[in-house]
Design a protein. Structure first.
Lengths: 160, 450
């Protein structure tokens, strides 16, 4: 099962992810219908791509009065069943990351669904700011980064 | 015309405060495709129409391209075209950033602005809703302040393309600026915008761009993107002034590891990576681009202050270092402010004449990299110049052109628009545009070729 690994320091704000997402889901290039949003930081300091983090204990799942959001056991994504959904937008109110939104063209709630297991944003990201990785790889990559930092600190310390 | 293209041109009459939209016609895009090509074609049309009506007017054209705003590499370009003086050649300012794609998301391929507003105004385009709004609160303001104010007034995610005080005062060295930092100074363009009492064009779009053959387009564009993402560019050229580098050639850097090199920030769709810059005059090599954010900002500080005034940094510094300003005690930034606000205007016009064609630069690490091969019309060889021009005509930038060939462009154009573009069509369009730049031909030549 894969997850999206976000490395914001690599994001250049090119917005290819927004285009790939809207195209995969709506067959058009339209950042406002994308499930991922690229948020620019202060001038010149890059940007951060933000999408649903597929919480284990998702607030949106709990809050939905129609039980319209469920876990897709294949992909691990939290997916909206648009037939059960009544667009009450409680999920939008409760998501701590603001990652559920309302698509006014399609008139339905949209959120990242990991593209059924083959996330398109990761495929187009030119800098590796969004990568699709196995869950185990997720923590190992970060641990490796931490290990290198620790080594640098300890070696510097022992040299003094 | 609704695949790739949006199929609509917005026309604005500043004199009467009116606007309408007309369909974009196939004939208008056949020979010269989009961006500068489309703008030049439209300019000729509107010039003839104005003359026939017994008017003396100078149209101002903002034009994007069929692949702008799609997943085509580096696909954020648009061009601003006007005639800087009667009987002069057309001037073209090419810019990157997100403004061009936003115009397409709003539903338009181009905006034609005629006439002159009696009072300072800005144009606000929000999908199909068009407004000419009073700009008295932002007239005289710097680019960044103006952009922030207009975003608050219009929409927090709107894109702003504007002039600074320098353009309002019709300086020859004034720039058009998009997304606060992406600036281009082509002869007379910013001045023409100021002359019309137009401060800015603000755009917000929420409609999508569709392509004629979605699955095939995605497949081809993914292939192209995969081939492009490992390509690192080793550049050479000239250091122009401070952090501004003019790039004459960009070659694939085979030695680079996947993570080596720095990506530019700011432009929509950018896939470029730069590993180094070598000066052809001093042989100095900059391992470009490794500067930390603070060091980068420090290096760019002066350049940014000039851009914020709507002044071209290189040309303004050149002017300020001329004899006229020798012995003046004030620092360049203080002088630039006075210059932008109208003092020494005569000096600026007499002494420095910008080129007719100008490209905005890439913000890479602590540098601004400007593609030089097009800006000064130098030809490496005909095919290279044609490719560089052709990339722009479809909505991509010169740095992407280094890894594109006419077949790839033609294929993606065909799949996106559903129209018959061959590799020869693409090359020929690029050739015509590149030819105009170096030989200073006027548009009538292009018209005769249809």
């Amino acid at each position: 099962m894969g997850v999206l690994l976000i490395s914001p320091e690599k994001c250049t704000g090119c917005r290819a992810c927004e285009l790939a997402c809207s195209f995969a889901h709506e067959e058009e290039f339209n950042p406002t219908r994308s499930r991922v949003s690229v948020l620019p930081l202060k001038d010149g300091e890059g940007a951060v791509p933000v999408m649903c983090l597929q919480c284990e204990q998702a607030a949106c799942v709990t809050a939905c009065p129609q039980h319209a959001i469920h876990e897709d056991v294949q992909t691990g994504a939290r997916v909206v069943n648009n037939t059960r959904c009544v667009e009450c937008k409680m999920c939008m109110h409760v998501c701590p990351f603001g990652c559920t939104s309302y698509d006014s063209v399609g008139r339905r709630i949209i959120k990242c669904d990991l593209c059924g297991g083959d996330p398109q944003c990761a495929k187009v990201c030119p800098s590796g700011a969004i990568r699709s990785v196995e869950r185990t790889t997720l923590s190992i990559a970060r641990r490796r980064q931490a290990a290198q930092k620790l080594k640098a600190i300890l070696v510097r310390g022992s040299e003094q | 015309m609704t695949f790739g293209w949006r199929g609509q041109i917005l026309r604005v009459d500043l004199t009467h405060g009116t606007f309408d939209s007309v369909p974009l016609l196939r004939e208008e895009t056949k020979t010269l495709i989009g961006a500068r090509g489309l703008a030049m074609h439209l300019y000729a049309q509107y010039e003839v129409a104005a003359k026939n009506d017994g008017l003396r007017d100078n149209a101002l054209i903002f034009a994007t391209a069929p692949l702008a705003g799609t997943l085509f590499p580096n696909s954020g370009r648009f061009t601003v075209v006007t005639r800087p003086a009667p009987n002069a050649n057309l001037s073209c300012a090419a810019l990157g950033g997100a403004w061009g794609p936003e115009l397409k998301y709003a539903g338009f391929d181009a905006v034609v602005i005629e006439g002159k507003s009696p009072k300072p105004v800005y144009l606000w385009i929000s999908n199909g809703e068009i407004q000419l709004r009073d700009a008295s609160d932002v007239w005289g303001k710097n680019v960044s302040e103006c952009s922030d104010l207009l975003r608050s007034a219009c929409h927090r995610s709107a894109r702003v393309c504007c002039i600074g005080p320098a353009g309002e005062n019709k300086l020859s060295i004034a720039s058009v600026v998009s997304d606060k930092r992406i600036a281009s100074c082509a002869r007379g363009v910013a001045a023409a915008i100021g002359e019309k009492n137009l401060k800015a064009v603000v755009v917000r779009g929420t409609t999508g761009i569709r392509v004629a053959h979605p699955a095939e387009f995605m497949e081809e564009v993914q292939k192209l993107r995969r081939a492009s993402s490992s390509l690192h560019l080793r550049c050479s050229g000239r250091k122009l002034q401070g952090p501004v580098l003019q790039i004459h050639s960009a070659m694939e850097d085979n030695r680079a590891l996947l993570d080596d090199g720095v990506r530019p920030t700011g432009c929509f769709g950018c896939m470029s990576v730069f590993t180094s810059f070598t000066s052809t005059t001093t042989d100095e090599t900059l391992a470009c681009l490794r500067a930390e954010t603070d060091a980068q900002n420090e290096q760019l500080r002066e350049q940014y202050q000039f851009v914020d005034l709507g002044l071209d940094y290189v040309l303004a510094k050149k002017l300020l270092s001329s004899d006229r300003f020798s012995g003046v005690r004030e620092g360049d930034v203080a002088l630039a402010k006075k210059l932008a606000h109208g003092e020494f205007a005569a000096a600026a016009s007499e002494e420095i004449q910008p080129d007719e064609v100008s490209h905005s630069g890439c913000l890479v690490g602590g540098y601004v990299m400007v593609p030089g091969a097009l800006a000064d019309g130098k030809k490496n060889d005909t095919e290279t110049s044609s490719m560089l021009a052709a990339a722009e005509l479809v909505g991509s930038c010169a740095f992407a052109a280094s890894r594109l060939n006419p077949e790839q462009i033609a294929t993606l154009l065909r799949l996106a628009t559903g129209m018959d573009y061959s590799p020869e069509d693409v090359l020929r369009a690029g050739e015509k545009i590149a030819g105009m730049t170096s030989q200073k031909e006027s548009l009538s030549h292009a018209n005769n070729c249809h």
